[in-house]
Design a protein around this ligand. Structure first.
Ligand code: NAP
Length: 257
């Protein structure tokens, strides 16, 4: 990469939770970070907290013009877009009997179409540069597991991986890689409303007996953005403390036996 300027990264959903952790990880690694959320004041505040050339930008990833403006801002401020972390996502729970078409469209619109629009927006700059790194935040929920209330969410997270595999092929000739992190249960503001019972229940099903922390996800995203991953594209890393491994509750019980 260019030695004249710091590498730059756009982190969507960078004001809270996993995205904020990713933004901090990249800032600590010397990247200039564009912190993106729909709330300009929060994006600016997080950017100020991060320092190191980070700036905030308000964009809705579900909106084409908004994502284009986001990419233009990064290019104008930092001279290039080295990395996109397409992380913004929502997970409102609603069971199938109550799920409306509008509920479904909303979640798919932000999580899956938002991924497509964010990636599309950075492509002109990355193609012109002849390099780029795209890191998606998917989930174990959908691609591997399910959870009641999250049929639409699971579909969006599995959909991201389907999108990624073809995007990785199409973009490989431009030296643009597309990979995905699949977090398990990570402690974030988004889980605040789920309650202690949910958290305790989750810990009981995780071999490492704890939820993940946002730095766990930042580490995987930084790997995909690093030179160590130059030849890695279309791949996933599950970061879940072993959550998807046990063959049911019996395997967890046998750990203590
Ligand atoms: P969170 O704490 O609720 O934060 C979500 C972030 O996305 C916020 O910055 C939010 O800011 C932003 N956002 C939401 N809608 C947006 C939109 N339309 N346009 C732009 N930004 C938007 O969520 P989180 O738990 O960190 O989750 C982040 C990602 O990790 C999601 O893709 C989620 O599916 C994935 N994930 C999370 C977990 C977990 O355990 N937490 C596990 C697996 C996967 P504004 O609302 O102000 O726009």
């Amino acid at each position: 990469m260019n030695a004249e300027r710091p590498r730059s990264v756009i982190v969507t959903g960078g004001t809270k939770g996993i995205g904020k952790g990713i933004a901090k990880g990249f800032a600590d690694a010397g990247y200039a970070v564009l912190v993106v959320s729909r709330n300009a004041a929060e994006a600016d505040a997080v950017a100020k907290e991060l320092g190191g050339g980070a700036t905030g930008f308000a964009a809705d990833v579900a909106d084409t013009d908004s994502t284009k403006a986001m990419a233009e801002a990064a290019l104008e401020r930092y001279g290039a877009i080295d990395v996109l972390c397409a992380n913004a996502g929502i997970f409102p729970a609603v069971k199938l009997g109550d799920m409306t078409a509008a509920d479904f469209d909303h979640v798919i619109g932000v999580n899956l179409k938002g991924t497509f629009l964010s990636v599309s927006a950075v492509l002109p700059a990355m193609k012109a540069a002849g390099k780029g790194r795209i890191v998606l935040t998917s989930s174990i929920t959908g691609p591997i597991t399910g959870f009641p209330g999250w049929a639409h969410y699971g579909a969006s997270k599995a959909g991201q991986l389907g999108f990624m595999r073809t995007a990785a092929i199409e973009l490989a000739p431009f030296a643009i890689t597309v990979n995905a992190v699949m977090p398990g249960n990570i402690m974030t503001e988004g889980l605040d409303g789920m309650g202690q019972d949910y958290i305790d229940g989750m810990c009981a099903s995780i071999p490492m007996r704890r939820l993940g922390v946002v730095a766990d996800i930042a580490g995987a995203a930084l790997y995909f953005a690093s030179d160590a991953a130059n030849y890695v594209t279309g791949q996933t890393i599950v970061v879940d403390g072993g959550q998807v491994l046990p063959e049911g509750a019996g395997a967890m019980a046998a750990m203590d036996g």
